[in-house]
Design a protein. Sequence first.
Length: 428
Amino acid sequence: MFFSEDLISHVAKHLHLDPFVYHHNDHHYCDSSTKPPPLPSQCNHNHHYHCPSTTTTITTTITITAPAPPQLPLTLPKHHHHCLTTTTTITTTAPSPQPPQSQPLPSTTITVPTASNIFFPNTIRSQQVREKNLCSSGDKTHFGQVMERCTVRRCWKEVIIQSDYNTRYADVQKFNSENKYRKRGIATVPVIFAIAFTVKHLNQAGALVIVYTDGSVLLSHGGTEMGQGLHTKMIQVASRALGIPADLIHISETATDKVPNTSPTAASASSDLNGMAVLSAGILRYVKFIVPVYVPAWYAAPSPTSAPANDLALLKDLVGYEDKSLAKALADGFARRHLWYLSESLVPLAFFDEDLSLGRKRAMIEALSSNEGSENLTKRVVVDLKADLSQKTLADFVTKSSRMFFVTLGIDDGFLETDPAEWHDDPR
């Protein structure tokens, strides 16, 4: 805080002192037999007297206390006015010995009331005050708009955590306490403003989401990427909505043959409009099923040996899916057109699945001699979806005919006569 010369003069007169205005240093040296030169009543530089005999420091201290601020005429619904009475100290030092004609300067403290802005108390950081004033769902703006689905508090917490703000704040405080002249600062500042096109029909957008069987997604939307990170935001929206890693999502550059009649990429509205378009995209109901349930069943099967167990797990997920009408349609189509690896001709692949338990493999060996099979091996199995599938295991799909798998591939199936725990030591 800076003080005018008038204020210093006023305080000095109140104390019956001559005001000193110091701007630069001037050093005087004398021995014990030499009197120092007289100290002028006013000067624009500092006089420091260096004498070997004695040294005395005379200090005048002025303490300025700020009163509580007045109420602000704000109309937003919630405002937390945290006030602080601040103290600022001015110290004026005159070196000794004092010149003969000058009176000793007393050490004095006076309090001068001044006007002040809002200050935050030492126990509350500015970040905490800002957080208390964040909007929530149901709040009204100053022009009466009710905020729906307000996620600013969640965004705020994510920013604080992901930026490691509290650790950085502590580092800044430590640096400032250890450095007198160099200071650093750090702050989080939320911003709120309305966004939309005033021409209402422009507040629309489209997106095309293509999901491939390898788990990857191709995304096209109506916004234009110009360095502002719009593509990245759309990938983030799709990643969260579909529950897959962002590196599985690829962007197809904006084109009217993919998304026609696009709105301008302007007015800070592109992220909201195109983000919601990506989120809904017309196939969200199906994508929410395909990506979290169907695609992982394929993506989690890196080799054919794990395919039978994956098919069975997928079948159980289909029957138990929360969207019953969708689950029934998909499970019916899946059960009648897929399930290749659950067929009696391919289910023996599970014998070579290292992730399948020894108990499951022993049950499959037993089923090879007990379950009757068909004379003509089917390429897929038809499953009765009305039956209880929760207790089904791979052994239920193994039959005597499954031994043809080894004949077809020319594999010696003699290892099946030993316990699965010994298969690793079997050279066959």
